[in-house]
Design a protein around this ligand. Structure first.
Ligand code: 13P
Length: 232
């Protein structure tokens, strides 16, 4: 099981340091891999504070070139230099607000993996796509541009469940994860309003290999509770 906390645009370096100090002291299960994904400016504080622990630090995105004229972007070697272990790619907020496409996601994933980063690549259908019966096709398209890799994990995050308090039912998650695994046989995390009180049921589905947590990862106690719920 892997539990990753995506902080999105929350927690500057001071808050990140305080969170990671508290996480170091939290009751985390040994059989669950735990990852936090701070904003770029807080990565160094997180890496330093979590040094020597089992908690991994991931970025939230990574460019497909190693360097160049790409204002506002960050490359894999830069993340490596900071001691960052991996990166998210293709989060639906990147696709929705920042023009990320299946092709740019695939390029970013390829480079990050080639540069030795672990990658959580995010996919998921919108509400309109689900209502139109297109969930299966959308997932096959989004996952179909990626290639299997031992350092790649997929996160299934239905867009309508992100930050809405609406969670996919365990059966919906199971079905979507089966579709994804039929295209690429990789671990698949569920994301979308995962909370301490719904985590265990979602994680009990055979095709659910962990969770990508947004809002509930911002509080150490609720994040640690989700990690414990994922433990066997
Ligand atoms: P919430 O857990 O806040 O719904 O966010 C999910 C998410 O987008 C994680 O990447």
């Amino acid at each position: 099981m892997l539990i990753a906390g995506n902080w999105k645009m929350f927690k500057g370096p001071d808050e990140a340091g305080a969170f990671c100090r508290a996480l170091r002291d939290a009751d985390l299960p040994d059989d669950v891999d735990v990852v936090v994904c701070p904003p770029y400016v807080s990565l160094e504080a997180a890496v330093q504070t979590l040094a020597g622990t089992e908690v991994g630090v991931f970025a939230q995105n990574c460019h497909w070139e190693l360097e160049g004229a790409f204002t506002g972007e960050i490359s894999a070697p830069m993340l490596h230099e900071l001691g960052v272990y991996g990166t998210l790619v293709g989060h639906s907020e990147r696709r929705q607000w920042f023009g990320e496409t299946d092709e740019t996601v695939a390029q970013r994933v390829r480079t990050a993996l080639a540069q030795g980063l672990h990658v959580i690549a995010c996919v998921g259908e919108s509400e309109a796509e689900r209502e139109a019966g297109e969930t299966d096709a959308v997932l096959r398209r989004q996952v179909g541009v990626l290639e299997a890799d031992e350092n790649l994990v997929i996160a299934y995050e239905p867009v309508w469940a992100i930050g809405t308090g609406k969670t996919a039912t365990p059966e919906m998650a199971q079905q979507a994860h089966e579709t994804i695994k039929s295209v690429l046989d990789l671990p698949v995390l569920y994301g979308g309003s995962v909370k301490p009180d719904n985590a265990a049921e979602l994680m009990s589905q055979p095709a659910v290999d962990g969770a990508l947590v947004g809002g509930a990862s911002l509080d150490v106690e609720s994040f640690a509770a989700i990690c414990r719920a994922a433990s066997l």
